[in-house]
Every structure is written in C-alpha cells, then in structure tokens.
Design a protein around this ligand. Sequence first.
Ligand code: DOR
Length: 429
Amino acid sequence: MILIRGLALIERTWRRVNIAISDAGYIVKIWRSDYANRYMLSRVEAIYNAKECLILPGLIDVHVHFREPGEEHKEDFSTGTKAALASGVVVIGDMPNNRFPIDNLERFCEKLQIATRSSYTDFFLYLMLTNPNRISETIRKFGSVPVKVYLYDRRTLALLKKELPREAIYVFHAEHPDMVSDHGEAHDAYELDKIRPVEAELRGVDIALRFARERGYRIHITHVSSSEAIRKILDARGSGVRVTFDVTPHHIIFFLEKVDPKSPLYKVLPPIRRREINTGLLRMLAKGLVDVIATDHAPHSPDEKCGDFSEAPPGISGVQYLLPLLYSISKRMHIDFRMLIKMVTENPARIFMIPRRGRIKVGFLADLVIFDHRRKWVIDPDFAFSKAKLTPYNSLVVRGEVVATFLRGRLVYEEGNFLKRIGNYVFAK
Ligand code: DOR
C-alpha cells in the first residue's frame, strides 16, 4: 500500500488529505492529513508527499491521433502517450483515421495489439463508420466501442440511414459535405474559415442531432467551434436528445485576428475562427456549459508543417500541454479551474463509460496528477515528447507544470522521466 499526501481536488473542493492506495491501484481510504490514523499508516510501505503542489484526478483526452499503424513518421503510441503523461493525461481515445482506416475487426485487433505493446497511458480506440456490418462484428466481440462519424465524407450520410448497433456512442466530426471545399483550396487561415464556415458546422450538427432524435442513438459531437452550435446541442439535450460535445484548447486560445494566418501551424479542421466566434465559445466555457475539453492532438511531421499553407495537412498537436494550457486559461480568463478539470476528468469518464476513472474517490482507480501550479515556463519544442515538434503553442508562456503522474497507483512519470510502461485497454474484460 502507498500513501499520497497533499492538497487534493475531491468532489470539487480542495482538501488537505492522505490518500491510501491498494497494491491493485485503487483508492481505499481518504482522510484528513491532520488526523493520525495509526492503523492505516502501519500498513503503508511508501509515502509520496506532494507538499505545496496540487493533487488532481488523472486527465482523460478523448480525441487524439497517434497515427499508428501506418504513419509512424508523424507519431506512434509510445511518443504520443509519453507526451500525454507529461500533461497528466492517463487515458486517451485514439481516432481511427489511420492510413488504412480502423473500420473492421481485423484492423481493430491489430491496433489494439500495437497499443497494448507500446502505450504509456491507458487507452481506448475508435472504429470508423464505413460499413455497418463491420462495426457490428467488432462491437459483438469487444462490447461498446465508440464509433467515429466523418460527416464531411458524403458517403457517410447514406450510412446514417442504416440500422447501426445501439450500444455504441457515435462521435461526430460535424461539417456538412455540401458546405465544405477541399482544404487545399485555402491559401491562409482566413480563406480556410471561408470555405469551411461555421454554417457548415451548424448544418452538420443538425444532421447529427436528427440522427440522435429520430433514431434514438447516443451521440457526441467533437471539436465544436462555435457557440451557435453549442446552443443547438444544449436545446436538443433539453428536449431529451442524448447528445454531448467537446471543444478544443486551440479553438479556445486562438482566433484569426491573433494568429499569423499564413502559417500552416494554425491550419486545422474545423478552422480557427474569427474573434467574435471565439468570444462566444469562451462565454459558453466560462458559464460551465461545455461538457468536455479534448485536444484533437493531430500530429504531422515538422517538414509538412513548415511549408505553404495550402499544401500543409490540417491538424494541431499539443496533448503534452493540455493541463498547463487549462490552468493558464483559468487564470487569464478568470474561469474556475475546478470546473475545467471536471471537463477533462469526470465528464469524459461518464460520457465514454470508462469505469472507475476521473475522480479522487474511494473505490476509484488511483490516477493522480501532481501539479505545481506555481511554476511559469515557456513551451519549448526541444522538450516535446511528440514527434510533431512544430505547434502553435511553442514559445507560449504557460502557468503550472506536471511534476508527476500516477496511473492506477503506479508512479509512471516524474519530472521528464518515464518510470514504467503499463498502458492498457480501458475496456479490457
Ligand atoms: O485538423 C484536423 N486534422 N482535423 C481532423 O478532423 C483530422 C485531423 C488529422 O487527422 O490530421
């Protein structure tokens, strides 16, 4: 048994506590640190004192692209999950748009094997909706696997009319195919926003909501970039539709008037929006109306991201900076940090039905992040664990740094060092 001591976020309050963790990695007792508990202390083999740092529940990032198998020159499970752990992320959800899409049982099994061999975090994997039968086959074997729906691919619209497995959550990239042009036609970030406008997102959200409302499926809409889309989603939920959503740090932090529009570093889908759209998104965030924050970590190799805007692939990497970015956002925008933490812990665990994660609570797995909120530092690509070193976050001054990460009670990361590799599939039976 080990014991972690310090100021911890427990059910939305900061409490100075002792957290006792069983050998199996579960939290077995939490008690005030000024209370002696001789019986518990006599059973403890090691004590980790967080001192003046904060103890947070481990983060869950439901949207990353670790590119393996097929595009290992951009990222792989080892480098991607190391970057994640360094930000206190203990569970990732990996997207299926690999070089050969993960859309059948065989590819799903292959990816599961690779991830199990090399992940430093725990993980779950998405299936891509290309053929309902193949999805059913995988879900029959693995239980509830989340399904990614790329709406901007026209063929997807017809698939949504078919009978699909009811156990799954359908996660939508909501841009309507009739309202988007190929990203290669845009020469800068302003043009990208014009050819893939907010209206395309709104029409995409309409389709996703209709799918959920009329057919009764459970859906989640990812990387929502506008408050108008959020309002539609919240209204639908108010009338009984089973829908949740996430937003990304890059749509929170950046807006067109603030960035270098010619730089491919800001090229992403959905695009970076204008200031007024960004302001609307921030209002929703500050009011606590956002369900989840997810990075959409979409790595591309440095040479792909330093050329011409129109030729560069879309995507922003940054899973390594999630927690410092959230703390910096909370300070700069006067948003309750505890509320932001809920959006990357408890909420994603509930929505994606990841058992016993996302809270510091007896009976839950001891995923704990030791976070030094007093540090201020500059994001430097030389210390990036991801292969995608070029990100728009480079050179940003951020507040707070992860000192250590515990995954299921094991100290797996400390001050830039990876101590153990124990990553596993979160839905393993
Ligand atoms: O910008 C993006 N990049 N948006 C996506 O939806 C896909 C992602 C990628 O895989 O690179």
